[in-house]
Design a protein around this ligand. Structure first.
Ligand code: ZN
Length: 252
């Protein structure tokens, strides 16, 4: 499970500027970092990809080539932007999805539902270039309206940034659903609690459950924090000499 986070715009094309001078690119860059931390806490791998400076269309091309080159590793693509409105009081989060893509729409709806409803919030079909180019579920999240002075002020507050990040993470979890990985040993299903989970590309299973199912014995020394697995293979083959040597070693 891997999420690509793209803070929209770049240093040479910083996007919309709020009433007191906060640039969209700076606002979403901070949120991207907070989002990455929040995903990490929930054991979801992510990568922040920023488009290079220079001609915006060339930069977006370059970005999407980079993203699509990693197609096999990537599950979700999220581009962060700010909404802008002529009505200064406008506030709320908008999530854009690729028109005609059910997956993209589902991802957008799952994320949007964690944000407060306002007159200006909602999900919206879009033909944005990056959504068209992405080869996996992708959305553009307009985290809020930078043109609203109150919102612009909130955007600098860590508590607000963390809330936004949490809402997005919860939406991602709703979208991917329970990660119901089933474990079989020699064709027989082994039930694990907690259930096996995909973490950074590896399936994690409680070690005691797995070792005991394979006929081994597990010892956990909580003081020294040592986990020992005994397969009984060596002791059966070399019982006379191995046993005393082992006990000597543990006394030392
Ligand atoms: Zn933007």
């Amino acid at each position: 499970m891997k999420v690509i986070i793209n803070p929209g715009h770049s240093t040479t094309d910083p996007g919309v500027m709020g009433p007191t001078g906060l640039y969209e690119h700076d606002a979403v860059t901070t949120v991207a970092q907070v989002l990455q931390e929040a995903l990490h806490e929930r054991r979801i791998e992510s990568e922040i990809l920023v488009q290079p400076g220079g001609n915006p269309q060339w930069a977006l091309n370059h970005l999407m080539e980079q993203v699509n080159a990693r197609q096999s590793e990537v599950d979700i693509f999220i581009s962060l932007h700010c909404a802008a409105d002529k009505q200064r009081e406008a506030y709320g989060t908008r999530v854009l999805y690729l028109e005609d893509s059910e997956e993209s729409k589902l991802l957008a709806e799952n994320i949007q539902k964690h944000f407060p409803r306002t007159l200006w919030s909602g999900v919206q079909p879009s033909q944005e270039y990056i959504l068209q180019q992405a080869r996996f579920p992708a959305v553009v999240i307009e985290i809020d309206h930078i043109t609203n002075p109150e919102v612009e002020m909130l955007m600098s507050l860590p508590a607000w940034q963390e809330k936004v990040a949490d809402n997005i993470v919860n939406g991602i979890f709703d979208f991917i659903g329970p990660q119901d990985i089933r474990l079989f040993i020699d064709g027989q299903e082994i039930y694990s609690d907690p259930v096996p989970q995909l973490v950074y590309g590896d399936v994690m299973v409680p070690v005691r459950l797995l070792a005991e199912a394979l006929g081994a014995t597990v010892e956990w020394d909580s003081e020294r924090r040592i986990l020992s697995i005994y397969t009984h293979r060596t002791s059966e083959e070399e019982e006379p000499s191995e046993t005393p040597a082992l006990s000597e070693a543990s006394q030392a």
